[in-house]
Each structure stands twice: as C-alpha cells, then as structure tokens.
Design a protein around this ligand. Structure first.
Ligand code: ADP
Length: 472
C-alpha cells in the first residue's frame, strides 16, 4: 500500500505542535511494517534549517491554475527514516518567517492543497491512500472529491482525514469560494457551514474515513462542548470515524538514552536517578534542595484549554503544603503574569516563562508528579512523556488523558485522574498523591507501573494500517 500524508508541518523540518510530532513519527512507523510505502508532502518553509535544505533534490517544476491565478511550484524531496518527504516550494506563500497566522492563510493553504493534487498528476506518483490533517490540508481531500473527481487516474485514491484539534476549523468568508479556493459554486454545499466556508466540515463530509487522535475524543466530539459547533456534522459522520491514540518518541523521551537530563537512569536505578535529577533541578531553578519534598511540575502552553484556571485557583492552598511546584510554559499573558506573581509570593514555587525543550526534559526527569488538568485534550503527549520518566501524572478524565492514564486503585494504574472541571477536585486529587508519596513502597510501585505504560507508535501504526486496509 502506498500512503501519502499531506501536512502543513512535520518534525524535524518545520513544526509548531502535536501535528508536527505525529507527522514526524507515524509515517515511519507505518513504513516499518512490510508492504507499506509512506510519503509525506508539506510546504517548503524558509524557516527550515540549512542542514535539511542542503539534502533536497529537485523532483519537478509544475505550473497550474488556481481560480484566476496562473501559478506554480517546484517540488523537492529528501528521505528520512525510510520515508520520502516532499516539499512544495513557492517563495511568495511560504517565505514568511513563520508557519501560520498570516492574513492570507486561506490562500496559502488552498495553494498548497491544490499543489498536492497537481503534484500527483504531474508526477504520476499516485497513492492508494491520501491522508490529510487538520484544516490546512482539508482542501486536498475536498479538491479530489470535487474539481478533480472526473480524472480517471485519481479515482482509486481513498482519503483519510485526521482531526488533531477541532478548535481550529479553517473558517473563511463565503466570498472566497471561487476567488481564493477556486471551487465552482456547484460545490458550495460541500464547504458551507453556518454562513461561512468551513474547510474542516468539507473534509469531514467528503473523506472516506475520519480519525481523531484518541478514542475518547472521538466520542466527545458528538457533544457541542467539545466540537466547537461541528457536533451535528460529526454525528452524521460517526459511521466512518474512529479514534486512534498517538504515541510518543521513546528515542527522544527516554530517561536512559534520550539525553538532555542531568543523570540518565533506568528502571533499575530509578530511585537514585530520580533523586539526583531532582537535586540538580532544584539547584538549577533555585528551589531549596530538600530531597524528600514531593516536586510537582506542569509543562504546557498557557491556554485555557489546559486547565490553567484550576491550577491558579488552588495554587496558594497547595503551596501551603509540604510540596514544591515548577511551571514551564508560554502563552496567554494573563497566565504568564499570574504565575510570575505566584513566584513572588511563594519560595516553594518557580515559574519558567519560556519554551525550552531541554529544561522540559530535566523537569520530566526530576519531578515526582506531573499536573495536566485539561478542560479538553484531543490526545495529549505530556502525560505519556511523564510516564516514560516514571513521573506520576495527575490528569482530568477528558479526551486522550482518559484513554492513557488509569486512576490509582484501578488495575494497571499509572497515575491519578479526577472527573469534574473543579479546582478543589484537582486539589484533593493532588493531596491524595502527596499522601501516597509518604509511603515509598506504594509510591514506587505506582511509578514502576507508570514507567511500564506502553505508548509506542507501533501500536497506533497498526490501527492506521487496518483502517487503510479496509479502505483499499
Ligand atoms: P499540545 O499539543 O496541546 O500543546 P501535548 O501534550 O500534546 O499538548 O504536547 C505538548 C508538547 O509540548 C509536550 O512535548 C510538552 O513537553 C511540550 N511543551 C509544552 N510547553 C513547553 C515549553 N514551554 N517548553 C518545552 N516544551 C513544551
């Protein structure tokens, strides 16, 4: 089977979040299974590092029309982990110093999606499965099933669409339909929703299969609280939808071989390794170097989706306990300011307002507890990373957190879970964990079980392969 992944970002070439992680790992995991050939196509951004740019080979130059524009692109290729990555070059659209947030994002990603379909036609490199992701590449599926649906060579291509986060749907004014997207008005009904163009809706209705990044998130999307207006569309598509949980990169996030931490450790020297990492972390951030005080950390984007309000609400109360807390993150200013103020009030609290992969790994390694009380969480990777370092996650039972973390007391428990979006439920759950921490035998049993959790990409790749197989 030949699978072409269409994406606006992929690690390590250009990425801004979870989608980039998935596109950096899933294609290689699927390609590792015999009989599958995986390719990825993405824009060639100016921010891509020279070390990758130097390896590019030109595949073809092409020109095509999009609406009234006569336009074109060059397509380049490099191979990484057994996967061919194709890069669509257009200086005007993709040399902006960043991936998203431009005034003409609609046009940029309409162009890219159109270029993907044109690339298939120009190169004759036509996959069995075209797998698109999120709103930016939704038009690739929409084009295949509308403007290009009469082309014989493309008829056999089956389409899979993955929703990584339904909050970002690609909504634009209806007047862009022909002018920017180059869609004939007879297709208005495909993308029209709630008085505007909604690209995610268009891909949901036209794709052959839909996935989301965890089974529980797939169920939640039938409710408007989680679906940001698309619940009726999701319900109507539920017969062709499944949740497949993401994995993590155990090469990068391993306390033994992943690098970046003060003292590498494994299951055998877990206790001494954790203690040394904790002491070094306390020293680096300026917390008192007390060995037996439980250390809780949070590593997150500062966005309301992440449950920051709950944490802020109970933090003063929590910090009156025998506990240390470090928060690492950036994002909404009111949260950054609130955490800075918190640091001024409490000697046992540190706020690191930055994005820093190295210190994040030191925190996963040095901490005892990882806080992730999200309001919504399509999949979540941080709780899985915490488990890899034997750090106990405390999560809310939502989205992928529910699928990946079992509550203390349940069989196979690897953390603590609470149900309601309620600050004191979070506080009481943290207090339960602090109580358990006082009993080293029970605590160590729980950390061992967390470390054993298996969030490899191989498991998820198997599920995707079964979806692809069913389609072809
Ligand atoms: P989301 O994709 O919604 O941000 P995930 O839990 O799926 O949440 O992934 C977050 C990833 O980003 C994790 O690898 C986490 O460690 C990392 N991360 C988040 N904030 C920071 C930060 N300030 N510094 C370093 N890494 C961060």
């Amino acid at each position: 089977m030949k699978i072409l992944y269409v994406t606006s970002e992929a690690n390590p070439f250009a990425a801004s979040g979870g989608l980039g992680d998935v596109m950096g790992a899933l294609p290689a995991a699927v390609a590792a299974v015999e009989g599958n050939e995986c390719e990825v196509i993405m824009p060639l951004y100016d921010i891509m590092k020279a070390q990758y740019r130097e390896r590019l080979e030109l595949v073809l130059d092409m020109s095509f029309n999009l609406s009234w524009r006569h336009t074109g692109a060059s397509v380049y290729r490099l191979t990484e982990n057994g996967v061919n990555y194709y890069f669509v070059e257009n200086h005007y659209y993709f040399e902006r110093g960043r991936l998203y947030g431009e005034y003409d994002d609609a046009e940029r990603f309409a162009f890219f999606s159109r270029a993907v379909v044109e690339y298939m036609l120009h190169s004759g490199n036509i996959p069995d499965i075209l797998h698109a992701n999120d709103w930016q590449t939704a038009p690739a599926i929409i084009y295949l099933k509308t403007e290009y649906s009469h082309i014989e060579a493309l008829k056999k291509v089956k389409t899979v669409y993955t929703i990584h986060n339904i909050e970002y749907q690609g909504k634009f004014g209806s007047q862009l339909l022909s002018e920017v997207f180059g869609l004939d008005p007879i297709y208005r009904g495909v993308v029209d929703f709630d008085g505007c163009i909604n690209l995610m809706k268009g891909a949901i209705v036209t794709s052959d299969f839909i996935t989301t990044v965890s089974p529980n998130y797939a169920r939640e999307l039938e409710y408007d609280f989680f679906a940001f207006g698309l619940s009726s569309i999701i319900k109507a598509a539920s017969h062709k939808m499944r949740g497949v949980i993401n994995g993590i990169d155990y090469g990068y996030f391993s306390p033994e071989t992943g690098g970046d931490i003060y003292f590498p450790y494994n299951t055998r020297n877990y206790k001494s390794g954790k203690a040394k990492n904790k002491a070094a972390l306390q020293a680096e951030v300026g917390l008192p170097q007390i060995p037996d005080v439980p250390l809780a950390v949070m590593i997150t984007r500062f966005a309301s989706q992440k449950g920051i309000d709950l944490v802020l609400h109970i933090m003063d109360e929590l910090l009156s306990e025998n506990v240390q807390v470090i928060v690492l993150g950036t994002g909404e200013k009111e949260y950054e300011d609130a955490f800075r103020a918190m640091e001024a009030r409490h000697p046992n609290f540190k706020a690191l307002i930055k994005f820093d992969r190295v210190i994040s790994k030191k925190m996963y390694a040095g901490a005892d507890i990882f806080l992730m009380p999200s309001k919504s969480e399509p999949c979540g990777l941080a709780q899985m990373i915490a488990c890899s370092y034997g750090t106990i996650p405390i999560v809310r039972s939502v989205g992928g957190l529910y699928d990946s973390i079992k509550n203390y007391g349940e069989e196979g428990a690897n953390g603590f879970r609470f149900d309601n979006y309620n600050a004191h439920e979070l506080l009481f759950t943290i207090k339960d964990a602090l109580e358990l921490y006082k009993n080293p035998k029970k605590w160590n049993a729980l950390t061992a079980s967390a470390k054993k959790s298996n969030f490899t990409w191989e498991n998820s790749a198997k599920e995707y392969i079964s979806i692809y197989n069913n389609l072809v």
